[in-house]
Design a protein around this ligand. Structure first.
Ligand code: SAM
Ligand code: SF4
Length: 351
């Protein structure tokens, strides 16, 4: 490709961060994402008098609709030539994608990527950890919403706490740095675990991010009352820990961050519902079936497959990406009367 053609939207935000979902499939059924377990149905029904429907089996995308590694690599190369510096692989569960290390190897070779990361539920991590490291993955974030094995099962549908904590240990041993755990906090489900999760991160010298529950679950059961706000999370943490705010050089950072008593890791709070950070958003998403999304809450997607599978040149695709990005939404509308939840769920979009 020739001269750099940056991805800039009509609000002058330059896009630097690309989230690539490599599969829509998942081996977990998180209550806030794919609430398709009896525990999830019971939770929404009993506490909130809601019935998100009987558990259903998600319809995964057929294989021919899923981008090949070559298609993902090409898109990433073009995006990097347009100024993307960070790539995060996500899903569904990215470790369910066969030979994922091969894709990482391809992406790690692209000059210009400063940061190559993955978000995973960690269940399969021990099986692939060494391959991932050798392939060139820089960082890994694990989703860990509970430190109590029964609550973990209720939240994820899987008895997997020991596996995930083992994965965190292994990631440390293999030198992934920084390591983060992400915890989605839901009122009356795991808000009592905020301090414990923070203490775990402190003890392990890793970082923890607390995330507000967003309306992106497959059953559309989300209600504002389920949200345990970033402010409340902070207030709870401040009662137990000595937190010093960390200044970020990066305005597009989603998390507000704090240091705890000189510990290695940090605490971050991501509050997209109560404190939207859309004004500084520098993200773009590519779904596993080749749709470009300019916002988690976009109601429209842009299919790259016809270009990738047709005769479009890299320049054509770069120009297409630019025109899509230019129309990036000002921000999401959660909490407003005109908010519409996207049809696709977090597991399909890629968090
Ligand atoms: N399966 C992997 C995992 O769970 O880490 C990667 C995909 S998952 C969709 C990416 C992130 O989105 C996870 O950290 C998860 O906790 C978060 N997430 C999923 N649904 C969410 C929701 N409704 N609100 C807030 N965060 C959510
Ligand atoms: Fe949970 Fe991630 Fe799977 Fe969603 S995609 S159900 S957050 S493990």
């Amino acid at each position: 490709m020739r001269a750099k053609t940056f991805l800039v939207d009509s609000y002058q935000r330059t896009i630097r961060d690309l989230r690539i979902s490599v599969t829509d499939r998942c081996n977990f059924r998180c209550l806030y994402c794919l609430p398709e377990t009896e525990a999830a149905a019971n939770f929404y029904r009993s506490r909130w008098n809601q019935n998100p429907g009987i558990p259903i089996h998600h319809q995964w995308k057929p294989k021919h609709e899923i981008l090949s590694f070559e298609e993902i690599e090409r898109t990433a190369q073009i995006a990097v030539a347009c100024g993307i510096e960070k790539i995060r692989l996500t899903g569904g569960e990215p470790l369910l994608r066969q030979n994922i290390a091969t894709l990482i190897q391809k992406l790690a070779r692209i000059p210009g990527i400063r940061d190559l990361a993955m978000t995973t539920n960690g269940f399969l991590f021990p099986k692939y950890a060494i391959e991932l490291r050798e392939a060139g993955l820089h960082r890994v974030s694990f989703s860990l919403d509970s430190f109590d094995k029964d609550n973990f099962k209720r939240l994820t549908g899987v008895q997997g706490l020991a596996k995930v904590t083992r994965s965190v240990q292994l990631a440390k041993e293999l030198g992934f740095d920084p390591i983060k755990v992400n915890a989605v906090i839901i009122r009356d489900i795991n808000d009592h675990e905020i301090e414990g999760l923070c203490q775990y991160a402190l003890d392990e010298q890793i970082s923890v991010r607390f995330i507000e529950f967003m309306p992106l679950d497959s059953s559309k059961a989300w209600q504002n009352e389920h949200v345990f706000s970033g402010n409340k999370i902070l207030a709870r943490l401040q009662k137990k820990f000595d937190l010093t705010p960390t200044q970020s050089a990066n305005a597009s950072e989603t998390a507000k961050r704090w240091q705890i008593n000189g510990a290695k890791g940090e605490v971050g709070i991501i509050a997209p519902v109560t404190e939207p950070f859309c004004g500084h958003c520098n993200r773009l998403r590519l779904t596993s079936d080749g749709q470009i999304r300019t916002c988690l809450f976009s109601l429209h997607e842009h299919d790259l497959k016809p270009l990738l599978r047709g005769k479009a040149s890299d320049e054509d695709i770069a120009a297409h990406l630019q025109s899509i990005v230019y129309k990036k939404e000002a921000g999401h509308k959660i909490g407003r009367e005109d908010f519409v939840q996207p049809t696709r769920t977090m597991s399909c979009i890629g968090g």
